[in-house]
Design a binder for this molecule. Structure first.
Ligand SMILES: Cc1cc2nc3c(=O)[nH]c(=O)nc-3n(C[C@H](O)[C@H](O)[C@H](O)COP(=O)(O)OP(=O)(O)OC[C@H]3O[C@@H](n4cnc5c(N)ncnc54)[C@H](O)[C@@H]3O)c2cc1C
Length: 433
């Protein structure tokens, strides 16, 4: 399959055949034609979705499109709008603003009849089938979907809010991203930008390497003599090794200094220094990306049964292996697929299809397929890409890469850079429009 076909199919993968027939929609329908909530499916149920990010917004929308108006969907989100992490590295070089990455929830409410509630879910009662919000109110559910994204560990030395404020991770797009951009602008020629990469799994495997490239490219043009020092906890580049290996050794040679297998012992925000397994390093800017775990609502409610950090799920339904009736999608779940926005969108569709079937008293699709595409800027006008297709493997009960259907760009190009915007807009429309 060609890369363009992946992109074209991106918004369709994960769709189960019977969801279409229940909804009375032809299988060949285009995404635009799918934009109406059917009234005649005969399926009823109350679904609460926690978190309106890449996974939560998509599952809410497709539950209504495939389940119909009898499936009431309430989406609880603590922010007023969603800020995309995808492309947020381009805020650092000034090519994007944070506001250009923001998505309102109004389409989900007006076009699909989703009840959007601003609030934070604190507690889940899996026996009584309800969730409790921070304001004390409760919401009953027949099925609960949790899509809270990730939370972060704290580096030794950065325990106080004051220290944390001086060392932004900017791994959740928003004010920290703008702060990191401002810190970059304040650098003088010859100064060091140090960044740390946590051991996998973390969200967006190529993301930190992409960030290093974007920053290196900007420093080379605007702060000559400056360097990006990468301290990677992993034994080597874990995504797009060809593209990033070339970027570090050739394109940004002399600007990027890459160190694999590094442990961060502590960070001192007052002296801007890192104590690491390969020695001490002082920098003008420290961008320390901490190890990740599932969002707090998962961990606090006893659903992080995969190593105490991630939610174990059955990938046919994304139902928690710790509590029936609760589905966990996106970055918070432990699957063999990468923690990525595109995958969160795909998991959401498999999950929506499974819930609709379960509400109708049927079995989930036994052979879901998901895919992922990701573009990585290498300079301000070139990018590489990475794609993967995953299929359910009944023997292992996991999603495994389809042989021959995955790959990365052989070289960066300006065409890739242009297609990156198309891919991004298509994905975000599929989730939020
Ligand atoms: C710099 C960067 C670049 C990236 N680039 C790419 C890329 O190119 N391609 C790609 O596919 N992925 C990329 N990603 C990864 C992608 O952003 C995540 O994988 C994706 O956002 C995960 O979706 P999610 O729904 O699990 O979580 P999120 O999108 O983080 O959404 C979680 C939502 O839940 C809300 N929430 C959490 N807890 C509660 C609660 N208790 N109550 C109410 N609301 C709650 C949050 O406010 C948030 O809106 C990138 C990430 C970063 C940091």
């Amino acid at each position: 399959m060609k890369r363009r076909d992946f992109i074209r199919l991106a918004s369709m993968a994960g769709i189960g055949a019977s969801a279409f027939s229940w909804a009375g929609i032809a299988r060949s329908a285009t995404p635009a034609q799918l934009g109406t909530v059917p009234t005649n499916t005969g399926i009823t149920g109350r679904v609460v979705v926690i978190g309106g990010g890449m996974g939560g917004a998509t599952v809410a929308k497709y539950l209504r499109l495939w389940g119909g108006s009898g499936v009431s969907v309430t989406l609880v989100e603590r922010e007023t709008a969603y800020t995309s992490n995808i492309l947020s590295n381009l805020v650092l070089n000034g090519q994007r603003t944070i506001s250009s990455l923001q998505y309102a929830y109004s389409n989900l409410a007006t076009r699909y009849g989703i009840k959007v509630l601003k609030g934070e879910v604190m507690a889940i009662d899996p026996v009584g089938h309800s969730v409790a919000l921070a304001d004390g109110s409760k919401l009953p559910y027949d099925r609960l979907v949790i899509a809270p994204g990730v939370d972060f560990d704290t580096f030794a030395g950065l325990e106080s809010p004051t220290a944390q404020a001086l060392v932004p991770h900017a791994w959740k797009a928003g004010p920290q991203t703008t702060q990191l951009r401002n810190m970059l602008l304040a650098m003088k020629p010859g100064e060091v930008f140090a960044m740390t990469i946590p051991a996998k799994p973390y969200r967006c495997p190529p993301g930190p390497y992409e960030r290093a490239c974007v920053v290196a490219d900007w420093l080379k043009k605007n702060r000559p003599g400056s360097k990006v020092v990468i301290l990677d906890a992993n034994p080597g580049i874990i995504a797009e090794p060809v593209a990033f290996g070339n970027a570090f050794n050739v394109v940004h040679q002399g600007v990027v200094e890459y160190h694999p297998g590094v442990t961060i012992n502590s960070i001192d925000a007052t002296t801007m220094s890192l104590n690491t397994s390969i020695g001490n390093l002082k920098a003008k800017v420290i961008n320390a990306i901490p190890p990740h775990k599932a969002g707090k609502v998962v961990v606090a409610n006893g659903l992080a049964n995969a190593g105490g950090r991630w939610a174990g799920v059955d990938v046919l339904t994304y139902q928690s292996t710790a509590a029936p009736g609760i589905h966990i999608i996106g970055d918070a779940s432990a699957t063999t697929q990468p923690k990525a926005g595109h995958i969160a969108n795909q998991e959401a569709k498999v999950c929506a299809d499974a819930i609709v079937r379960l509400l109708a008293g049927r079995s989930p699709d036994p052979s879901p397929i998901t895919n992922s595409a990701c573009y990585s800027p290498i300079t301000s006008d070139t990018a590489s890409w990475l794609t993967a297709v995953f299929a359910y493997d009944p023997a292992s009960g996991t999603m495994l890469p389809v042989p021959g259907a995955s790959g990365e760009a052989s070289a960066r190009s300006t065409e890739n850079y242009k297609e990156m915007t198309k891919w991004f807009n298509t994905l975000m429309e599929d989730s939020f429009a």
